[in-house]
Write a protein that binds this ligand. Structure first.
Ligand code: GDP
Ligand code: MG
Length: 163
């Protein structure tokens, strides 16, 4: 069976854009509005011959479990249990936020290898955010631009040893 890689992160960091980039089709909904992905989406991803199932997850919002964002969050928690690795996406342009820190804290309690992905890192606007991403404690972050397709080779380098 192919390994499963789950994409996790707060709303609007570019998870669905990364999913689409990895799958190569417009399967996931990309939107400027946070929280637009309402449930999990699965796709077949290939990077340089490395094949895996990729899962796009709903946003992670700071709400209680009875709200829609809360239920979406619970789905993310369930999804991670069956996954072989997680891509934890942050917005390198925005830098780390308290919600990023909260998700990182939770991810550290999960028994799953995590690759930190600093997205929106095209040009130099993401340099500071990339440095901050080191402090998450998931090792060297991968700088990426899901929208422009930059950094996917580095993502391959990070993923192949762990899946
Ligand atoms: P999600 O909520 O985490 O799934 O984020 P989306 O994939 O829906 O993207 C949120 C916004 O970020 C959209 O306006 C995207 O076009 C934009 N975005 C995604 N990836 C990049 C990127 O690599 N660079 C830049 N500058 N914007 C991006
Ligand atoms: Mg999305």
């Amino acid at each position: 069976m192919k390994p499963t890689v789950i994409i996790i992160g707060r709303p609007n960091v570019g998870k669905s854009t990364l999913f689409n980039r990895l799958v190569g089709k417009k399967l996931a909904l990309v939107d400027d509005q946070p929280g637009v992905t309402r449930d999990r989406r699965f796709g077949d991803a290939t990077i340089a011959g490395l094949e895996f199932t990729v899962v796009d997850t709903a946003g992670w919002e700071d709400e209680d479990a009875e709200t829609l964002p809360g239920r979406m969050r619970r789905q993310t928690e369930v999804s991670v249990e069956g996954a072989d690795a997680a891509l934890f996406v942050i917005d390198a342009r925005a830098g780390l936020t308290p919600l990023d820190e909260e998700i990182a804290r939770w991810l550290r309690t999960q028994e799953i290898p995590v690759v930190a992905v600093a997205n929106k890192a095209e040009g130099s606007a993401g340099d500071a955010g990339l440095l901050e991403a080191f402090s998450l404690g998931f090792g060297e972050p991968v700088a990426l631009s899901a929208e422009h397709g930059e950094g996917v080779a580095d993502l391959f380098d990070a993923l192949w040893p762990i899946i």
